[in-house]
Write a protein that binds this ligand. Structure first.
Ligand SMILES: Cc1cc2nc3c(=O)[nH]c(=O)nc-3n(C[C@H](O)[C@H](O)[C@H](O)COP(=O)(O)OP(=O)(O)OC[C@H]3O[C@@H](n4cnc5c(N)ncnc54)[C@H](O)[C@@H]3O)c2cc1C
Ligand code: SF4
Length: 339
């Protein structure tokens, strides 16, 4: 049985108090929300914080505001996101991404903020301590070499959050609060292409809120590739948001990928669609452009080359769904892993 290491536990009732505790405790403290990623990681000794600062009692992180755009509290559970009519109707890509995270039990605990700050993953890292010790560990934790890219000085562990690519395609930004003040950053800029230092968030900052621009004229969707349809981390996530004029001409489009690098990736594929209708030709061109940006590594489930090959297929599925094609058969095939 894997046991948790010893740690101190603080449970503030508001963000200001949590920020003060984080600053006081220093970088050895960590935030815990649902704990669905952090606690297993602590059991495997990936992270061994001296103190956990819980966000679970902070009511202000649970708000959903619907104005010109929307604001979603970082403490909302993924099931609360899925149950929100606002998210389902206006920000469908986020709804579909959140609904496909893990299992219903994990979505009852796991939060939006925790999902966006999820640790990167790798077959050589997501193992217990003894397993990792047997291979002399790796760069990301306790070792000196990357077993995936042995000449690399950089860890190439994979960003595996489902909600981040969906929210990036929707043009989201996030609010980061610390005892020193607060700042808002584009969600795409929260991430770094570095498997170890994967967030541009300081250790004393709390992600408190996700802001979404108005959804008028926009449609969005999320397609996920994984081994088991019931639950599994993504080995590819394709998030597409498109704004069209009444005649179907694309005015704006964003296509983001998950699980193909150490960060969720906003690609240039959407730019190729602007000023055109979603014809088969335009879709194929955009899909090829997006696929050229995907650089998956051999450190997750399923064959590396096949994962790269199916990127344009998935982008095509997503864009055709937004065009109005009935894609339910393809969705079912993927859920059954019968591609
Ligand atoms: C079996 C299993 C399957 C899973 N499948 C998926 C999947 O398919 N897709 C997927 O995306 N995830 C998956 N997960 C991971 C996880 O359950 C979700 O990502 C969940 O949303 C994490 O949220 P949490 O609140 O539990 O985060 P926690 O575990 O509490 O925290 C995760 C990280 O985020 C930090 N953090 C949490 N909240 C904040 C905040 N507000 N501000 C700053 N930092 C913060 C923590 O310090 C920690 O580093 C899976 C987990 C398990 C165990
Ligand atoms: S990519 Fe390399 S350094 Fe990073 S976790 Fe995997 S083996 Fe370790």
């Amino acid at each position: 049985m894997m046991r948790l290491p010893w740690f101190g536990f603080r449970s503030p009732s508001n963000v200001a108090e949590a920020a003060k505790i984080l600053t006081g405790e220093g970088p050895q403290a960590m935030l815990i929300a649902g704990g669905t990623d952090l606690l297993p990681n602590m059991k495997r000794r990936h992270q061994t914080p001296s103190t956990l600062v819980s966000l679970g009692r902070i009511g202000e992180l649970k708000k959903i505001a619907n104005g010109a755009g929307a604001a979603l509290g970082a403490g909302l559970t993924l099931n609360e996101i899925v149950a929100s009519p606002l998210v389902r109707e206006k920000y469908t890509g986020l709804y579909q991404a959140a609904a496909q995270v893990a299992t219903v039990h994990l979505r009852n605990m796991g939060t939006l903020g925790g999902n966006l700050c999820l640790d990167t993953r790798c077959n050589y890292y997501n193992q217990n301590y003894e397993w990792r010790k047997a291979i002399d560990f790796c760069l990301k934790k306790d070792g000196d070499i990357c077993w995936v890219a042995t000449a690399s000085k950089r860890c190439v562990a994979t960003s595996s959050t489902d909600c981040a690519p969906a929210l990036i395609s929707l043009g989201a930004s996030v609010r980061l609060v610390s005892a020193q003040g607060e700042r808002e950053v584009e969600l795409a800029d929260l991430y770094r292409n570095d498997g170890i230092d994967y967030l541009a968030r300081r250790a004393d900052e709390i992600l408190t809120e996700v802001k979404l621009p108005p959804a008028t004229g926009w449609k969005s969707c999320y397609w996920k590739l994984r081994r088991r349809g019931a639950f599994d981390f993504p080995v590819l996530g394709v998030a597409v948001a498109v704004k069209t004029a009444r005649d179907g001409t694309v005015e704006e489009a964003r296509i983001a990928l998950g699980a193909v690098s150490s960060r969720p990736l906003l690609t240039k594929g959407g730019e190729l669609l602007v000023g055109r209708k979603l014809s088969d030709e335009a879709i194929a061109e955009a899909a090829a452009k997006v696929a050229s940006a995907a650089k998956p590594m051999d450190n997750t489930d399923l064959d590396l080359y096949w994962r790269k090959d199916v990127v344009p297929e998935f982008v095509g599925y997503a864009l055709r769904e937004l065009r109005g094609d009935d894609m339910s058969a393809a969705r079912l095939r993927i859920a059954r892993h019968a591609l």
